[in-house]
Every structure is written in structure tokens, then in C-alpha cells.
Design a protein around this ligand. Structure first.
Ligand SMILES: C=CC1=C(C)c2cc3[nH]c(cc4nc(cc5[nH]c(cc1n2)c(C)c5CCC(=O)O)C(CCC(=O)O)=C4C)c(C)c3C=C
Ligand SMILES: [Fe+2]
Length: 516
């Protein structure tokens, strides 16, 4: 941990990354991974965590493409190539001409957001129907959709309030479309005539719609780029799992070569762009050197990291370290801290929590705070409402006098240009296909790459605690959790009875007919 880092007393056991379970395939994968040789000794331990993503099958010779360069600095070596990369090919990596007759596509994966208040409940339904958000035990899987309906109806009023306060809907589609267009332009400027598609997980344009267009356009080589800098089961993992199921069932797609860039938080362009934004915002304070830089990342339930092996926390911590190193090179050595926001439900999420940390910093006498949203590259409800309104208010109440917030990256030219470089550097890894469709389907090639990626952190697909409150009571944390689970079970039984008998409180209140 770097010297300037403020440790909130709100932090917990989750702050140590050494407890992460290492998926079994790591050892073999990391042997092929170039990172340990490229990074400085300090970064090496971090890269060992990252190397879990260097999922190159054992049979594949792995070398970075010629155009990728290594930029060295006194303290750190950046690899300008694709940070962590999964190839679609277990047999060979094409090194020949990449463009020629090939039609190249880039698929940007993102979360999606409701565009109007009427979209909020169905959007929430899609989110909670995702087994990577609520993973029920196998026996109860059939209840996933009724449960999603139930929770989405319960949560919709609160969410609607939030979306109403930011203008009546999420800006995510508009911003992601603009990023896609700028990325396309940047690729063309770099002589890579690619088409760029947007596939959202929970709202329009859905991933399925993007895939239909990719097929119509006859794309033959596809680079899959989730727009999340750090990997999480709940975000990129979920999108890749969906993609995998779409690929598996489709004759065209099973033959399409593809590559996935699962995370890219360590790329030089991204780190420098973040540092630029922070440096710019710091200048707005009267005494910039007195400001505490407050990185706030979207949280995930602790069990995702500790039980399922989600690399999210490790990647987040490394990302923050890299940004601070970049700032240090610019002689900016402010104190900083990292906390996790936006938790929902009764289970424990990654700590320290943003709200508790703000209160704690206020108590410690911090007067100047600069919030940096770190897990997402667009403005969205959690920056515009949660940070700008709720956390700002909390900070001022807690004794912080001067508050600032770094904008999300959006279409920052250096950032977009770096994403374009990531795509270009990944192209040599878009591999040749399996010999036959049958083989492709059986050995999951090209799906194997996605499958393997998913397997590294989530091989057992264990039950994950429902992160969302259905019901809550009790005094202790653990009691709350178990009460929540018991209540959920009771609600499920009631729901089941109601659906089968057509009678019950939901019908009486006129809620259930809405479900039909
Ligand atoms: C890296 C970013 C994100 C992670 C990790 C993540 C995990 C996660 N989220 C929920 C529940 C909700 N998320 C909601 C909105 C939302 N989530 C992210 C990003 C991450 N989520 C974004 C960018 C957005 C906003 C999209 C927009 O419309 O602007 C919502 C809906 C809003 C609300 O009601 O608060 C929920 C619910 C869980 C449970 C989870 C991990 C398991
Ligand atoms: Fe979320």
C-alpha cells in the first residue's frame, strides 16, 4: 500500500487480497503471461493477481504483436499492448495481414439504463433476472423470473425517484453511442476500418440486437470490448456469459473469429486520462495539495470476491495504485483513499463503504475532498445522483468544507484513442476457427476462450448471496442476512401459492395482474 493512502477505520477483512482463492487453471495460464516480465518488482505482485486473466490455452504460443510497445518509466513499466486478453482460438494465433478482405467489428458491452421512467421497472426486472446478479440455488432456479418481477416492482419507486432527479432517465445509451462513434473514427484514423457496435446487458440496444446487426453486416472478425475497466462477475462476466450462450446456439457466430479484452484498467492511455482529469479538478481547489483524493468504486457483494473469486477488488486496487503512481510522476502526492459505493440489500459488500468513509474522513478533520468515480467510464445515476447529491450532502454534514468531483471519462480523446489501440493490438489474436462446427460446439471454440475466462473465477458457479433486499429485519448483520434469506423463501412460497391459486395479497392489491 502506498504511503499517501488513507486507511479508513471503516475498512474490514476484505481489504486483504491475499485471501482470494486462486482458480486451478491459473498456474498454467500464468506461465504464458507476459506481464510478470514487463512490470516492475512492486507491480509484479499485483500482476500475479492480474495474471489470472492471461488465459492463453496451454497449447498456444503466446507473444504480443509487433505493434505493441513497452514504455518504460523510472518507477513503472507500462505495457502498451492489450492488458489481459483471451483469444478465441486454442490452435493458432493469426499473425498475417489482419484487414485485407476481413470485415472487422468491435462489440462494446455495457450495462444499459432506462431511458424513461416507464422503463425503470422492466430494466430492473432484466437486471434481477440475471443469474450473475441473483444466483439462486439450482433447485430454485425456476423462481428466478418471478423473483426478479417481485424485486423489480418493489424497488422501482425508489429507483424512479433517482432517475427522475437526473432528468427522467439514464444518459448511458447516449454516452455509449458517442463513445462508439468516436472509437470508430479513431480506428479509421489509425487505418483500421472497423464497425463498432453497442450491446447492452439490461436495456436497449440489447446485446442480442447488436449481434443481429453484426451478422447482417457479415462481420468476420470480432473484438469484444466490455466498457468496464475492471473485470467483475456482475458486469463484464455477466455480459460475456450472455454472449457465450448466444454464440453457442448460432451457426454463423460459432464460425466467427473473436477475441475478448476482459479488462483494460492498466492501460497507459486510460491511466493517464484518469490522471489528467484528477489533475484538472485538483486545480479548482484553493490549496490543491491539501485535497484528499477519494476513489469511489461501485461495490459488489463480498462473497463475489471471497467465494467466487471475482478479481474486481484486486484490479480496482491495482488501478488506483497505477493512477497514483502516474500522479506522483507529475509531483502530485496527495493523500488518497478507495471506498465502495451503491450497495443494495442485506449482505455484506466490499468495504470500506463510501458513506462510512466520508463520515470517518470528516471526523479525522479532512476539509477538502475530491471524489473520483473509478469503476465506470460514463456518467450515470450513481455519479449524477449518488455522488453529486447524496455523498456531497453527507460530506458537507460531516465537516468537509470543499467538495469536488472528477467527471467520468466519456469521450476524452486520449482515452478513446487508447481503446482504439487496445482493439488494434488485439487483432492478431483473433484466431483461426475450429475444424468443424461440431468440434467448435463441443470444445467451445471460440466459446472456449470466454468459457475459460469465466471458469477462472467462477468454476463452481456456487450460490451467491442475493445482493438485493427482499425483506430485512433483525439486529445483527448475520441475523439480518439469515432473516433476509428466510423471508425471501417465505415470499417465494407465497408467490408460488399466489400464482398457482390465483388468490392472495398481490391480487388483492392489484399488483399481480400487472405481471401478466
Ligand atoms: C462496475 C460497475 C458496476 C458494478 C460492479 C455493479 C454491480 C451491481 N449492481 C447492482 C444493482 C444495481 N445496479 C444499478 C445500476 C447501475 N449499476 C452500474 C454499474 C455497476 N453495477 C451502473 C453504471 C448503473 C447505472 C445505470 C444507469 O442507468 O445509469 C441498479 C439500478 C439503479 C438503482 O436502482 O439503484 C441496481 C439495482 C448489483 C446488485 C450489483 C452486483 C451484484
Ligand atoms: Fe449496479
Amino acid at each position: 500500500m502506498r504511503s499517501g493512502r488513507i486507511q479508513s477505520s471503516a475498512s474490514c477483512s476484505a481489504s486483504s487480497s491475499s485471501t482470494f482463492p486462486h482458480p486451478p487453471c491459473l498456474t498454467s495460464a500464468s506461465r504464458h503471461c507476459k506481464f510478470p516480465r514487463l512490470l516492475s518488482p512492486r507491480a509484479l505482485s499485483l500482476s500475479q493477481r492480474v495474471s489470472r486473466h492471461c488465459l492463453v490455452p496451454e497449447t498456444t504460443q503466446f507473444s504480443f504483436p509487433k505493434q505493441s510497445t513497452t514504455i518504460s518509466s523510472k518507477k513503472h513499466l507500462f505495457h502498451a499492448g492489450v492488458g489481459s486478453l483471451v483469444t478465441s482460438n486454442t490452435q493458432a494465433i493469426s499473425t498475417g495481414p489482419l484487414i485485407g478482405e476481413e470485415k472487422i467489428g468491435v462489440l462494446l458491452l455495457n450495462l444499459g439504463g432506462p431511458e424513461t421512467l416507464d422503463d425503470v421497472q422492466p430494466f430492473l426486472f432484466n437486471l434481477f433476472a440475471d443469474p450473475d446478479i441473483i444466483r439462486l440455488p439450482r433447485l430454485f432456479r425456476f423462481l428466478q423470473r418471478p423473483l426478479a418481477k417481485f424485486i423489480s416492482v418493489l424497488r422501482a419507486p425508489k429507483s424512479k425517484e433517482g432517475y427522475a432527479s437526473i432528468g427522467g432517465g439514464s444518459p448511458l445509451r447516449r454516452i455509449t453511442d458517442a463513445q462508439a462513434e468516436d472509437l470508430r473514427k479513431s480506428l479509421w484514423e489509425k487505418n483500421v476500418p472497423a464497425k463498432v457496435y453497442v450491446g447492452m446487458r439490461y436495456w436497449h440496444p440489447f446485446t442480442e440486437e447488436a449481434i443481429e446487426q453484426i451478422k447482417k453486416d457479415g462481420i468476420s472478425k470480432l473484438v469484444v470490448l466490455p466498457l468496464y475497466p475492471q473485470f467483475s462477475i456482475s458486469t463484464s462476466g455477466s455480459s460475456l456469459r450472455l454472449l457465450e450462450s448466444i454464440f453457442r446456439d448460432d451457426e454463423y457466430l460459432v464460425n466467427m473469429q473473436h477475441t475478448v479484452i476482459p479488462s483494460w484498467y492498466q492501460r497507459e492511455g486510460y491511466i493517464k486520462s484518469m490522471a489528467n482529469l484528477i489533475e484538472r479538478e485538483l486545480q479548482k481547489f484553493d490549496r490543491p495539495e491539501k485535497v484528499v483524493i477519494f476513489f469511489s468504486a461501485h461495490g459488489v457483494p463480498l462473497a463475489y470476491v471471497e467465494e467466487a473469486g471475482d478479481p474486481y477488488k484486486a484490479e480496482m486496487e491495482e488501478c488506483v495504485d497505477l493512477i497514483m503512481e502516474e500522479l506522483e510522476k507529475r509531483k502530485i502526492t496527495n493523500a488518497y483513499t478507495l471506498a465502495y459505493q451503491s450497495r443494495v440489500g442485506p449482505v455484506e459488500w466490499l468495504k470500506p463503504y463510501t458513506d462510512e468513509t466520508i463520515i470517518d474522513l470528516g471526523r479525522k478533520g479532512v476539509k477538502n475532498l475530491l471524489a473520483v468515480p473509478i469503476s465506470f467510464v460514463s456518467e450515470h445515476i450513481e455519479t449524477l445522483e449518488e455522488i453529486d447529491v447524496e455523498y456531497k450532502e453527507l460530506a458537507l454534514e460531516s465537516g468537509i468544507q470543499n467538495w469536488g468531483r472528477v467527471p467520468a471519462l466519456g469521450c476524452e480523446p486520449m482515452f478513446i484513442s487508447d481503446l482504439a489501440d487496445a482493439v488494434i493490438e488485439s487483432l492478431p489474436y483473433v484466431g483461426a476457427m475450429a475444424v468443424s462446427n461440431l468440434e467448435a460446439r463441443q470444445s467451445l471454440v471460440p466459446l472456449g476462450s470466454v468459457e475459460e475466462l469465466l471458469a477462472t473465477y467462477d468454476s463452481q458457479r456456487r450460490e451467491l448471496p442475493p445482493p438485493v433486499t427482499v425483506w430485512e429485519w433483525g439486529w445483527t448483520k448475520s441475523a439480518e442476512t439469515w432473516n433476509g434469506r428466510a423471508a425471501m423463501l417465505a415470499v417465494l412460497v407465497l408467490l408460488l401459492l399466489e400464482v398457482t391459486t390465483g388468490e392472495g395479497f398481490l391480487h388483492q392489491w392489484g399488483i399481480l395482474p400487472l405481471f401478466r
